[in-house]
Design a protein around this ligand. Structure first.
Ligand SMILES: *Cc1c(COP(=O)(O)O)cnc(C)c1O
Length: 427
């Protein structure tokens, strides 16, 4: 599409947008003076509140009030099986079969639980491959996992870094490193979409390369789930986890998801950290000795589920499904982010001042663009916030802006472009 830098053009795209009604289903925070609406470009960090979320929680408050302990078995949404209500939609978001998915805990917790199973080092095969500068929680998780097994992080963790002068990883370099590590490589664990650069990794190719050397391969999909199309089952990924509060709009610190490939569904002998909720449902309340897991990902559950946050998650997933799921969201997302890229490129700022470090190829990115601002970056970020553009700042000098197809409009993008142009004219 040929973009035009005018308000009329942006409004025309909004008028043609099949998802335009969905913005009404979200609560948009006010602008800086408490008036109107802000320009929210931070769904990569915390998605907006679906209008239906509050009532979904209130229904569970009512069940708690009226049914109390009986709510586990009675009412329209018995709590015993509440997590199953989220399984179908979650599976569709990550491209999995329902048996491969479970919603439980929080993201870093799930990463640890899955690493217990899928990082099983031996004296010779103990290395972990991850992207350099991964999200801090993932770095700390890996560092301490490796220590738990008696290895030194410096020795066991191998980090992939971009070539000199480049900001993102080349797939060929990732695959070559996997091959080079060969028999010493135990587990590959990467973000599906890097939180800092916005780069999507070729998860299918990475998984195939990892399997070819006998390693396990998993992805942290915090920035990928609900943002890009995923095919975890077909890619043959071993394990994955994601949070629900970024592109899945399911409340701060809301429940997280976990994926374990169907190949492992009937392997009760796989080592894991267990709890009663992962115990075979049919016999769970016989309270017997000896752990006997549920089939599939459900066998990694520890505790009875957090019903209030799962209720929010269910409401949010219903909005995603009503919008037509990932294929429909992606169609709009590519245009929306393409438009933002077009407007930023037009600013005429030199590379020595501002660079977009997110890949230009739509297949290698989601909705987020990361702007590396070499000069006056903090000033630009504060200016954006002061006029009501909510993005986020990542040290040392990156501003992330994420137009989200469910609730952002082309007019939002146009208006951000105007703010950036006004700032650029003063540089
Ligand atoms: C957002 C994010 C987290 C946050 O972890 P929590 O356990 O939900 O606090 C972890 N890893 C990545 C890659 C993230 O993007």
């Amino acid at each position: 599409m040929t973009f035009e830098p005018t308000l009329d053009f942006a409004r025309q795209l909004d008028a043609q947008d099949p998802l335009r009604e969905f913005r009404q289903q979200f609560l948009i925070p006010p602008g800086p003076d408490g008036q109107g609406e802000c320009l929210y470009f931070c769904g990569n960090s915390l998605g907006l509140q679906p209008r239906t979320a509050r009532a979904a929680v209130e229904r569970q408050f009512d069940n708690w009030q009226n049914l109390a302990v009986e709510g586990h078995f009675k009412g329209e949404t018995p709590w015993m099986q509440f997590h199953e209500r989220l399984q179908g939609a979650s599976a569709r978001i990550v491209g999995a079969k329902p048996v491969e998915v479970v919603v439980m805990n929080n993201l870093t917790t799930n990463l640890h639980l899955l690493l217990i199973t899928f990082y099983q080092p031996t004296a010779t095969r103990y290395k972990v491959l991850m992207e350099g500068g991964a999200f801090p929680s993932d770095q700390y998780a890996l560092e301490t996992q490796v220590q738990q097994r008696g290895f030194a992080p410096d020795e066991a963790i191998v980090e992939l870094v971009p070539r000199t002068g480049e900001h993102t990883l080349r797939t060929e370099d990732i695959l070559a490193k996997i091959e080079e590590l060969g028999d010493s490589l135990c587990t590959v664990i990467m973000g599906g979409l890097n939180y800092y650069t916005g780069q999507v990794y070729d998860m299918g190719a990475i998984t195939a390369a990892g399997h070819a050397v006998g390693a396990r391969v998993g992805f942290d999909l915090a920035h990928a789930a609900g943002n890009v199309e995923l095919h975890l089952h077909d890619w043959d990924v071993d394990f994955a986890c994601w949070c629900s509060y970024k592109y899945l709009n399911s409340s701060p610190g809301g429940v997280s998801g976990a994926f374990v490939h169907e190949r492992f569904a009937d392997q009760p002998e796989l080592l894991r950290l267990a709890g009663w909720w992962g115990y075979d449902e049919k016999e769970r309340f016989q309270m017997k000795k000896g752990f006997k897991p549920m089939r599939g990902a459900a066998g990694w559950q520890l505790s009875n589920g957090a019903v209030l946050t799962m209720a929010v998650h269910e409401a949010a997933l219903q909005v995603h499904e009503a919008a037509g799921g990932m294929p429909a969201l992606r169609r709009k997302s590519e245009l929306l982010t393409g438009y933002l890229e077009f407007l930023i490129t037009r600013l005429g700022l030199g590379r020595e001042q501002l660079e977009i470090i997110t890949p230009a190829d739509p297949a290698q990115r989601g909705c987020q663009l990361s702007l590396l601002v070499h000069r006056n970056g903090r000033d630009l970020f504060e200016h954006l916030m002061a006029v009501g553009v909510i993005g986020d700042w990542r040290e040392p000098n990156v501003i992330r802006l994420a137009p989200v197809p469910l609730y952002n409009t082309f007019e939002d993008v146009y208006r951000v472009g105007e703010v950036l142009a006004e700032w650029a004219s003063r540089q």
